[in-house]
Design a binder for this molecule. Structure first.
Ligand code: NAD
Length: 353
């Protein structure tokens, strides 16, 4: 269909969404960020791109069909990239309601409104339009020591988060097969990199290690995740949205399987080297094992062959290069994370809502 010039990005103020928006605006495309700005959304993550003429922002909820309809008809996108979601597994265990609402009802609302908009377009615009749904490898459940998730692996979600994302994937698929809405889908492994909210494992480890605070790890730290640098994911999403086959889904992963304990140790080693602190000494001593999360999946690993062979995607970063960049980014960007961390720390110890 050619490169979409007008892109509506839901969740564009979040971790991955902001990487997508920064990339597209810098390429000269017109982008509307559609985001409710929950605790996870932050316009500061858009950096200077927020104020460029190619970018506009609308604070709205994906469950608000009227707001989304108005945004479609006013902005007239040829591509919708849907990243808005409640995304943190621990929060889904404590309070699944928001996950059902945003991830399932919200996706339904966007599909329904996008269908009406798509049908209203003239021939050429109708041919160009695409709806790209962004999802996670957690929908596939858990792996043993062997094997990889492929696009045809059966769905077996284990947490309220992954179950809500699995539901949304099924809705998107159904809107393609039932109504012909031109959709593409992708399921990605764990992302890391700049602008990642301080409650997630990698930023939490970096920031606690900087302070000399305990580095919490679930269980024995043996759970394995397949890590991908966020800008490599954004590049993959750009390719899939532009050149992916309609109705198809693509798995995205960096072939970087690591046990959580090894991720934390790697960060400790990098920080001991670049910000040595005599009062703290070796940061590995700060590692503290905490009671495992219920339903904690043992291993995720992605087979990204389809994306690589069909669309020619190649990630730029190895885990080693990406994690070093990430540590340096957090050290250089205290103004971005300090207010978030203060708010998050207060919430964790129950001082504020
Ligand atoms: P995030 O939590 O950092 O960002 C989510 C964004 O969505 C925030 O800006 C938030 O304000 C917005 N949002 C939440 N509820 C909303 C609502 N009701 N209406 C409008 N906006 C709302 O999430 P992320 O890590 O950037 O993940 C983005 C997408 O990618 C999600 O769909 C997630 O399932 C998927 N994903 C994430 C990862 C990962 O490792 N982070 C991996 C694979 C897939």
């Amino acid at each position: 269909p050619g490169v979409a010039q007008r892109v509506l990005v839901t969740g564009g103020a979040g971790f991955i969404g902001s990487a997508v928006v920064r990339r597209l605006v810098r390429q000269g495309r017109q982008v509307l960020t559609y985001d409710k700005l929950t605790y996870a959304g932050n316009l500061a993550s858009l950096g200077e791109v927020h104020n460029l003429p190619g970018h506009s922002f609308l604070q709205a909820d994906v469950c608000d069909g009227q707001a989304f309809r108005a945004a479609l008809h006013e902005f007239r996108p040829d591509l919708v990239m849907h990243l808005a979601a409640e995304s943190h597994v621990d929060r889904s265990i404590d309070g699944p309601g928001d996950f059902i609402r945003t991830n399932i009802v919200g996706t339904y609302t966007l599909l329904d409104e996008s269908l009406g908009y798509w049908r209203s377009l003239d021939g050429a615009a109708q041919k160009r339009f695409r709806f790209h749904h962004i999802s996670t490898d957690e929908v596939y459940g858990t792996l043993g020591d062997e094997g990889l998730f492929r696009e045809d692996t059966p769905y077996q979600p284990n947490s309220p988060y992954s179950a809500s994302k699995a539901s949304s994937d099924h809705l998107v698929r159904a809107w393609f097969h039932t109504y012909g809405l031109p959709v593409v889908m992708s399921n990605c492994s764990n992302n890391y990199g700049p602008y990642h909210f301080p409650e997630k494992l990698i930023p939490l480890t970096i920031l606690n290690a900087l302070d000399g605070a305990p580095l919490p790890i679930y269980g024995k730290g043996e759970n394995v995740r397949d890590w991908l640098y966020v800008d490599d994911h954004a590049a993959a999403l750009d390719l899939i949205a532009t050149r992916g086959r309609l109705g198809e889904s693509y798995n995205v992963g960096g072939n970087n399987e690591r046990r959580n304990i090894d991720v934390v140790r790697t960060i400790c080693t990098i920080m001991d080297r670049i910000v040595p602190d005599a009062r703290i000494g070796s940061r590995e001593k700060l590692i503290t094992f905490v009671t495992d999360r219920p339903g904690h999946d043992a291993r995720y690993a992605i087979d990204a062959t389809k994306l690589k062979t069909e669309l020619g995607w190649v990630p730029d970063e190895t885990f080693e290069s990406g994690i070093e960049k990430t540590v340096r980014w957090y050290l250089d960007n205290t103004a971005w994370w300090e207010p978030l961390k203060a708010r998050y720390d207060r919430q964790r110890i129950g001082l504020s809502k």
